[in-house]
Design a protein around this ligand. Sequence first.
Ligand code: AMP
Ligand code: GLY
Length: 427
Amino acid sequence: MKVLVVGGGGREHALCWKLKRSPSVSEVVCAPGNAGIKRDARCVAVGAEDIDGQVRLARAEQPELIVVGPEVPLVLGLADRLRAFGFSVFGPDQAAAELEGSKSFSKVLMAEAGVPTARFEVHTDANLAEHTIREWGAPIVIKASGLAAGKGVIVADDVEDAVLVARDMLAGNSFGKAGSQVVVEECLVGEEASCLFIVSGDMILPLASSQDHKRLLNGDGGPNTGGMGAYSPAPCVTPDVADMVLEQIARPTIAALKARGIEFVGTLYAGVMLTADGPKALEFNVRFGDPECQPLMSRLKSDLGRVLLAAARKELDGATLEWEDQTALCVVIASDGYPGSFEKGQIIGGLDAVEEAGAAVFHAGTREEDGHIVNIGGRVLGVNALGATVAEAQKTVYAALEHLDWPGGFYRKDIGYRAIAREKSLN
Ligand code: AMP
Ligand code: GLY
């Protein structure tokens, strides 16, 4: 079958890479794609957020399956528009995408469903938000309710900082409309994991566990980003934990949506904190994680096209997923300056040598210009390898990265450190 993938980041590269290797798939088209996706798909220059353009493209291409990668087109209702033309779409409708598009919607739904999560209040008035912040004290978490590319969450160690952040968000200074509602949350302590599920109506198929590093700097310091590296499986997600996340978080959430008349078809991504009181939901996303998708796809042995088509057609009953036993680890290479501003158009060299050293390079913010690969985004590459342990996979990735020739790029040097410490303590 022919598959159309919407998007052009590292996640979409991993999806196209895997779809191209799926026996059920004969052709992969990606819009807009990027310089690396070109190797695995035919790229068409239609932006992921150009909803009319994507609908026109789908009607011209007539794919049997459409996979929508990023959250923004889902929140803008691309899946609804495509389904109205009869396409099989993997990705939730606009109403279900509110789980990611509005943190206040998602927290209220969690409360309704009895999903374990941090205590919270939703505020639109700065004085009321300040009152709650002072009453609860620091550390405290302030979140812009709307979409902010993973950057709209501030964990404040100081009450005055928290008040300033909340006031800034509500004044529309830091995140525009996304900050017109803020969620004030109790700060949870524990290890974080990403638990993803392929959902099709009542059917929920868990993916392998993964973990990402959201902070910019080594040792999980600095600001939150979209994700600086990830690996799968996550050793802290034991079978018991995975079961708790499925039964206490994923299932009740999908049921609560259904009770509101909303059906979910797509990837449900639960960001969970493994607290002393058990797993608690931090957030939901309605798509594959980026960069979690890169290690997940490199471990998946099953035919991705078949599973996603079955989900899109509500024929997921009985489907299973097979995974490589090995660990996969992905390090993100970002442009210097990310998550702030950075210089675009810098030439990136050494990519063939990185791959010859045993790593796979997934492209995110890249473009081809005059025969060179250049950076056009904040997160630019995901360099991924498999290994018998997290430590081995990490070693291969960092050794391969020695060959990267891009002075204007940077990456964390410690991706996987928690899991490696756990491995060491078990030996
Ligand atoms: P979110 O987009 O809601 O997942 O938040 C981004 C990141 O902020 C999470 O991955 C956590 O690292 C952190 N975070 C969010 N909510 C909390 C919380 N209630 N307690 C502690 N950390 C949090
Ligand atoms: N890696 C975090 C996310 O995809 O939201």
